[in-house]
Design a protein around this ligand. Structure first.
Ligand code: ZN
Length: 294
């Protein structure tokens, strides 16, 4: 248990960096020591950074990247800064998830900071470009997918291995919209790492560049995009979101979210754990073994 002063210090820790250059806000996940895994404070700070970029008339385009070797290895399953127990600053309308019985706690948490946040970010009126290197895994996919463009370096890979945990993919279920359905099945059922070149082939990645060219390429695109009229850009984003929703994206995501929570509840009932006993260590070693990294 944290004492009160420790909890206050924990809340102040920064996991995101923010910089504006030439009408572009560079929002960077800044937790490289843990492969930019996402705890709840990081997600709240990400929401703050996006709001700051939207509020700033000098910002026209938002870049979302990750410092270090990896874009993001997913939700925080077990670092020392895992913070499920801390009080969250609640930015959407759900109540505190802590100390709730049965399936309610995880449901409230995930409606709020996974599904709720991702939908809110997808609807930001300013265009967002994901800049992806290294691992983009599970919760990392969610952050890349809410962006308007994904630019990846050749070393990047995409993976959703959570079927090992007995759940049908991450909470923001865009898999079958981002990839052809046959490939989405493979992506989930085998949970393998998809190299950036293959993701590019299927249209999930807009541009593929050498690692040392990644930032320059993203900057070039962002600066060009920043020259378009603000309202026209906002309406263009809304247009694509509208078409995707007409294709069923929003409803599909609602339906699958509830399957996801049936899976969490089933896991809890049968194994005593939301993820069927698969924690950070077990997932990391299974992933490494599958990728031939022993
Ligand atoms: Zn979940």
């Amino acid at each position: 248990m944290s004492t009160a002063p420790e909890a206050a210090a924990d809340q102040a820790k920064q996991f995101i960096s923010y910089e504006v250059r030439d009408a572009v806000a560079w929002v960077m996940l800044d937790r490289a020591e843990y492969a930019n895994t996402q705890n709840y404070r990081l997600l709240n700070q990400l929401d703050d950074a996006f709001k700051r970029a939207v509020d700033d008339p000098a910002v026209s385009v938002i870049v979302l990247g990750g410092k270090g070797k990896h874009f993001s290895a997913g939700h925080d399953l077990g670092t020392p800064e895992k913070d499920r127990h801390l009080e969250r600053e609640r930015k959407l309308l759900w109540y505190d998830h802590r100390d709730l019985p049965g399936a309610e706690s995880q449901y409230v948490l995930e409606q709020d900071v996974y599904l709720g946040f991702c939908r809110r970010w997808q609807e930001l009126p300013k265009p967002m470009i994901a800049m992806v290197q290294g691992a983009c895994v599970a919760g990392g996919l969610m952050l890349a997918w809410v962006c308007d463009m994904i630019v990846a370096s050749e070393d990047a890979f995409f993976q959703d291995p959570v079927v090992r945990m007995g759940v049908p993919g991450v909470e923001y279920f865009a898999h079958a919209f981002e990839l052809p359905p046959r490939i989405a099945r493979e992506f989930l059922l085998l949970g393998e790492r998809m190299p950036a070149a293959r993701a590019h082939h299927f249209g999930m990645v807009n541009r593929l560049v050498a690692r040392d060219q990644l930032e320059a390429e993203v900057e070039k695109i962002a600066v060009e995009m920043a020259q378009r009229p603000r309202f026209g850009v906002a309406l263009t984003k809304q247009s694509i979101n509208f078409v995707e929703d007409l294709r069923g994206k929003r409803q599909a995501m609602d339906g699958v979210f509830h399957m996801h929570h049936l899976a969490h509840a089933h896991n809890q009932l049968t194994t005593g754990s939301l993820a069927a006993g698969m924690g950070a260590k077990e997932m990391a070693s299974a992933n490494k073994a599958q990728a031939g990294e022993g």
